[in-house]
Design a protein around this ligand. Structure first.
Ligand code: PMP
Length: 360
């Protein structure tokens, strides 16, 4: 069976090696005569699996001991609510950066819990460029500053680290985590849903500096309370065990690849191959400012928009799947996370060149 060239924005392509291992272990995990899905999360064997996945993630990201790592259900959108519930304490004010679709989504959810100061907004570029730091109007009294280092839908990426002074920086790294080396110590909280750069849906990772715990509103549901989950090693309720297991396999795979530093080189190369086609094309246009181009989600449009449907149709016929852009922005989007092999990008490059040659 040939595997499709999968450019899905999430749930996204996972490494073949990982899927094969999961397949081999499916019916009989570690000689137990059952799947890892079928064992108790309270047993020492699952606890060991869970601890090992955390240790591998800590190693991959060099997460210092004074940060807790949580494995939670509820996806990144769940975190849009959990964050203000857990971080505000007595403060009512929080700063948010509106850099695109997901930054805006986080803002809409936060409005329910606090006074949101939109400290910067990419609206003047129609969210095709990350708002320059000089335009940011941060509130020094804010409980935290929230931003989205990679805007999955708009195809934008921060290539710089915002300076928020003493106010903790919070990042939605759903489509950014593990794509390169990240200095965790610069952040108060990092969170990410797993279904892009890690693998399976159903799990989100929260990395939180310990001094930011114990601030939760009394109304916070217990299973969404970071402190309670930290005290219970994320076992305050039944965690998404199979997604945890698969994430653990992906962490081991990432370690074998050389970790985020090695992935960054591959990711840079993959993205450059696509942007080079766009920059040398009479047919395709990249709407994103060069200083804000995402390495994970490459979006583009057509100078002759009537060709878009044909492009998608022919791509699909060549096993190049999930290239349709999100309906909020239209066009084409190739998501090229860690799990997307360079051979998929090469196949897309070849197809784009063929398509331009045929239809120019
Ligand atoms: N934030 C970002 C940056 C995303 O890309 C996504 C998913 N596309 C989300 C949040 C929402 O994630 P979930 O569906 O896991 O709630």
């Amino acid at each position: 069976m040939t595997r499709a060239f999968n450019f899905c924005a999430g749930p996204a392509a996972m490494p073949d090696e990982v899927l094969r291992q999961a397949q081999e272990e499916l019916l009989n995990w570690q000689g137990r005569g059952m799947s890892v899905m079928e064992i108790s999360h309270r047993g020492s064997d699952f606890e060991q699996l869970a601890a090992e996945a955390e240790a591998d993630l800590r190693e991959l990201m060099a997460i210092p001991a004074h940060y807790k790592v949580l494995f939670l259900a509820g996806g990144a959108r769940g975190q849009f609510a959990m964050l203000p519930l857990n971080l505000l304490g007595d403060n009512r004010q929080a700063d948010y950066i509106n850099s695109g679709f997901w930054g805006n989504y986080a803002i809409q959810e936060a409005h329910r819990y606090c006074d949101v100061n939109v400290a910067a907004d990419g609206i003047s570029s129609n969210y095709t460029e990350i708002p320059a730091y000089e335009t940011w109007r941060l509130n020094p009294k804010a409980a935290y500053v929230h931003y989205t280092p990679n805007e999955t839908i708009n195809g934008l990426e921060f290539h710089w680290l915002p300076d928020t002074g003493k106010v903790p920086l919070v990042a939605d790294m759903s489509s950014y985590i593990l794509s390169k080396t990240i200095d965790v110590t610069q952040y108060g909280v990092i969170y990410a849903s797993a279904q892009k750069n890690i693998g399976p849906a159903g799990l989100s990772i929260v990395i939180i500096r310990e001094d930011l715990l114990s601030r939760a509103s009394p109304l916070t549901p217990s299973i969404f309370n970071y402190t309670i989950q930290a005290e219970n090693n994320s076992f305050a309720n039944t965690p998404p065990t199979y997604a945890w297991y698969l994430s653990g396999l992906v962490f081991k795979w990432l370690k074998r690849q050389g970790g985020p530093e090695a992935m960054a080189k591959v990711n840079q190369r993959k993205a450059e191959k696509l942007y080079q086609v766009l920059d040398n094309s009479a047919l395709y246009i990249s709407p994103v400012a060069k200083n804000s181009r995402s390495r994970m989600n490459v979006v583009f449009q057509f100078k002759r928009p009537e060709l878009e449907a044909l492009f998608l149709q022919e791509a699909e016929a060549n096993c190049l799947t999930y290239l349709k852009g999100h309906k909020a922005v239209g066009g084409i989007r190739a998501s090229i996370y860690n799990g997307v092999p360079e051979t998929s990008v090469d196949a897309l490059v070849k197809f784009m060149q063929y398509f331009e040659h045929t239809h120019a």
